[in-house]
Design a protein. Sequence first.
Length: 746
Amino acid sequence: MTIKYPALLGLSICLMAGCRNPSFEEPRVSFDSYTVEDGFELQLVAAEPMIEAPVTLDFDDRGRIWVVEMRAYMPNLEGVGEDAPTGRITILEDLDKDGVADHSRVFIDSLVLPRAIAHVYGGLLYAEPPNLWFVEIDNDKPGKRTLVDSLYSDGGNVEMQPNGLVMNIDNWIYSAKSNYRYQRKNGQWIKEHTSVRGQWGISQDNFGRLYYNNNTVQLIGDYALPNMFLRNPYLTPKAAVDKVLTPDQRVYPLHPTSVNRGGEKGILSKDSILLEFTAACGPLVYRGDQFPADYLQNAFTCEPEGNLVKRNVLSFDGVEVSARQAWENKEFIASTDESFRPVNLSNGPDGALYVADMHRGIMQHKAYITPYYAHHTAAKKLDTILGMGRILRVKYKGKPLPDIPAFEKTSASELVALLEHQNGWIRDRAQQLLIFRGDRSVIPSLEKLALNKEDEIAALHALHTLNGLDALSFDLLKQSIASGGSGRIAHALVLLEGYNTGKYADGMAALSAGLMAKGDAFIDLYLALSLGPWASAAPDTFLPLLAKLSQTYSGDLIYQEAVVSSLGGAEEKFRDRFQLAANGGANDVLDKLLAQTIANKKEEKKNSIFAEVLPLDDTRTNGMILFRSTCATCHGVDGNGIENMAPPLKGSHYVSGSVDKLGMIILHGLQGPIHINGQLYDLKGSMPGFANNFTDEQITDIIRYLHNAFVTEPKRVTKKQIQQLRNKRTTPLTEKELMAMSENAE
């Protein structure tokens, strides 16, 4: 790949002089080493030195791109310096309107590993661990700042902390890797529990279902709208939440690949080609209007270690969602350039698809780097590829990019019209602005659109806009159900819950009976999910309806979980009244769910998402933190030892061999001299024992990290093993004593 850069002297002078708005000669990048699906083209939007290490992006109301730059991420194989406050949020502009950014300004700098942004409520929501902030925007400068959540991403490492920040059609903001959702109403921030979703990146479809992934599964999702299966804190749903949508995780890179798990069997082919996802991230459901129609609501996923972007076709079969790879043996985007690191995807206001490319060598975090990865990365000098970053645009060749609506100047009535736009990004922004501006003069127009029989998607946006304006009514929702399809009915049933009082009970009962008579499985699922709140107001009316739905779908776990979730506290009453009569007492699935939920309630065993703080740190991260703070001062962060202080851990048979020996050394210490790799280390002093400093669990975590970082074939270690070693002695061991120990617990 070749790239032409401007001379940096002018930029340096500008920065030293305090210039906030540097302009750049537009970079030129060759895409000769890239392939993209036929009919599409890759375009460069921005590149270094304008940006560096972009991890996500968002668009403002003027169509400008705001980029989150995680500039300190893994500056070397040891990760030393990762906590430097060099991250920033940058605004990119294309002043000459040729599609390539030529102007930038830093909105916020001196951030430590920033990870997410979202333009909402007229300002910017952004995440810098551990905090989630909302900042007002004053002439492209930060204004008043509000702390939304001080524990948004508390703990964990950079790969395992919440991120994403997508505002869904229901007016809630969701994140990946988080058990909370957020909303601002009447100037106050609201925080609610939600399902934990994925690892890095989150997206939504036109209906409002959420999609995410983890490093080895390219697409995971929920069958239903968010939080509908979470009404009962003592039920942990499984049938419709956190579902693997892609049974096939195959990838097709263009070249041999260096991946962290490359030393494991089945990860690489005999030619060192990556076979399946190992770093899936940044999922996106395409909702634009620039691609051909058969690409609408396709799901795209990044694989930065394979230097590619995958395309899947989503299918909606009744209540279930699935995805299949669009092609075999090729990808939507792929490159032989190992520095091409797509990590996030975005729908654009112009209908195109945008790619955040970190464009660097090291992609694996220090907590997880294996010896295999470290060796291959160093051998290829990938660790020297730093200071770069790209934003790419993917567009369909046969269709020009449209002008973006001038949202800053758009009237409220024009925003209502934009709810019918073919581009989901435009619809989303119009909905958000209508709610933020609070102009109630458009309520009649929104009500008319909510009853539109021709455009289901626009009607959904209208309903949720009215909800955001506190302008819904029971009668309007009834009319919307009468004029809409199953998708609109589902949303209306969810919104009707706000009217679950005796005043509306008879009307809701008649409405529900009419809907059940349709025999529509999709509608019945949302009846099962939404009638519980009504049953709390009128149990004699609505519990029988839930029982009938349960009987209709007896044996189907999705519907039985929907009923038990909907009950949300009335399980005993429901069981006592209907369990034996329901389907002749043959509904085993419901019986087991009710029994388990009731038992959980008695024992106060809640669904884990209702924990105030999730345990985000895994064992290797915990072990790495302990190693870096205690052991690395003598053995070095790279495990190579420090001369005249401590021997190396890399290649040491005491690290790769018996777990008992390693555990005894950490617990009780070691007195030299000692031989490592055939070399004698006769250092002054001895290694102290840490039996009084670390718990059994902490020592287990340290060993797991050491095995991952320095051992080709890690061994199993448990807390019980360490516990059994703790009281065996109190003084440091000698090499002679270690040699006399058996080599068990391998």
